[in-house]
Design a protein around this ligand. Structure first.
Ligand code: UGA
Length: 439
């Protein structure tokens, strides 16, 4: 099938590459000329496992190409996926100006039937608005349908999530459009859930909010564990073994970050208020999330007394492992706060160093070429992202490199007893403080 993706960011690019790989002929549109040129050369602007190879392979086989022309995109695709950014506004509601602009552009070039798909994460009722906008700006009598088809990919495993989805959600009111969408997804052999547009849009916000709720739930438990002398990992295993609860997304830590959860939870709160049905539970989810990083910093201060002029090694800057994305990264906010208290931060991340160099924070910290070099001479080590290479370090070498042996583990990557046996004072999340054991 001929498909067009408008917006070649994280979702658009990965979706386009995966559609091409299953045999569709895909045109990806982006208004950034430099990006389009780089993509044609087979280079991708983000680190996402497997994506670069997929883009190269499908560009070479001529099933995937890129353009800056929306007209070319509308002309090519029988289905037009809108995957443009939907950034947050200061009050938490979503800025839908890119969606609205693309809807007008599509309308301008529409001359025969097309299915227009909302792929971007949008508040409920956006599909209705997109349809009204296209109808208003398109030439009279031209046929089209609007469909909602939310994306559930995770950064770091985006290709796998797209290729082997748990479910495909398609929301639409036209049998003609739904039949075309079923055909688009046939090669993925995944369960398809067909709904109306509003339910489909709600599924996306409700799914992300539920996952964030799970994280805040276990983070709230982690605070109780600290007060009670219990271990949150054991509690998570114990409750997660119940199939109705499940162990995933029960990892206590510094809280959720990234370009999706913080924005989507705020957006869901905003839209529920606009609808006159305020979702107060989600406000508590946000509050617990903010509290988690504050509690962690309080713990560092408690051990070090003052942070001013302390040399602190920070491992991890990306918002989670297997990505170079530092947008709304809790690791970055943590470093900002440590720096604001006068600490000298030496940071290292396996993949996010280039992205970190572009942050305003970059001028205020030192970036080290390896985890061990960051830790060299440090008065404490702070673990902010759980990259696998961090848990594999040689703890005796680490102990020798550091000036004073303190570990603040914001992602619970080490076993407290093991850390203590190597002479570290260790503080994780929801596991109490373990003092060094001298061999
Ligand atoms: C999330 C959802 O998982 C995807 O299903 C969704 O499609 C995507 O948002 C989106 O809306 O586009 P993503 O933001 O890539 O995906 O990352 P997650 O793996 O969900 O992690 C989000 C945050 O939660 C990270 O900061 C992570 O460190 C944190 N987290 C996750 C925890 O603190 N504990 C956990 O147990 C799991």
């Amino acid at each position: 099938m001929k498909l067009t993706i408008i917006g070649s960011g994280y979702v658009g690019l990965t979706t386009g590459a995966c559609f091409a790989d299953v045999g569709h002929h895909v045109v990806c549109v982006d208004n950034d000329e430099r990006k389009v040129k780089t993509l044609h050369e087979g280079k991708i602007p983000i680190y996402e496992p497997g994506l670069e190879q997929l883009v190269r392979k499908n560009v070479a086989s001529k099933r995937l190409r890129f353009t800056t022309s929306t007209e070319e995109g509308v002309d090519h695709g029988e289905v037009l996926f809108i995957a443009v950014p939907t950034p947050p506004q200061p009050d938490g509601s979503v800025d839908l100006s890119f969606m609205e602009k693309v809807a007008r552009e599509i309308a301008q070039y529409l001359d025969s039937y097309r299915v227009v798909v909302d792929k971007s994460t949008v508040p409920v009722k956006t599909g209705e608005r997109v349809a009204q906008t296209i109808r208003r700006y398109a030439r009279p009598g031209v046929e089209f349908d609007v469909v909602s088809n939310p994306e559930f990919l995770r950064e770091g495993s985006a290709v796998e999530d797209l290729m082997k989805p748990d479910r495909i959600v398609i929301g639409g009111n036209s049998d003609r459009a739904l039949a075309i969408m079923q055909k688009v997804y046939e090669p993925f052999m995944a369960p398809v859930l067909v709904t109306d547009i509003n339910s489909s849009e709600l599924i996306k916000h409700a799914a992300n909010s539920f996952l964030a709720l799970k994280i805040s739930y276990i983070n709230a438990i982690s605070e109780i564990c600290e007060a009670a002398g219990a271990d949150v990992l054991k509690v998570a295993d114990g409750i997660g073994a119940d199939k109705r609860i499940g162990r995933e997304f029960l990892n206590a830590g510094l809280g959720y970050g990234g370009s999706c959860f913080p924005k989507d939870i705020a957006a869901f709160i905003a839209i529920s208020e606009q609808l006159g049905t305020p979702f107060n539970l989600l406000k508590e989810v946000e509050r617990i999330n903010a509290r988690q990083i504050q509690r962690f910093i309080d713990g560092i201060r408690e051990a070090l007394w003052l942070l001013k002029d302390k040399r602190l090694a920070v491992w991890g800057l990306s918002f989670k492992p297997n990505t170079d994305d530092v947008r709304s990264s809790v690791a970055v906010s943590l470093v900002e706060r440590l720096v604001a208290e006068g600490a000298h931060v030496v940071a290292y991340d396996p993949k996010a160093m280039d992205k970190a160099r572009e942050l305003p924070l970059a001028g205020k910290i030192e970036l080290a070429p390896s985890a061990m070099e960051a830790a060299s001479g440090a008065e404490a080590l702070v673990i902010a992202t759980e990259w696998p290479e961090f848990s594999a370090v040689d703890l005796s070498e680490l102990r020798e490199k550091m000036r004073t042996p303190l570990i603040f583990d914001g992602r619970n990557i080490f076993d407290p007893g093991v850390a203590a046996s190597f002479g570290f004072q260790y503080r994780g999340i929801g596991r109490g403080v373990v003092t060094a054991r001298t061999p």
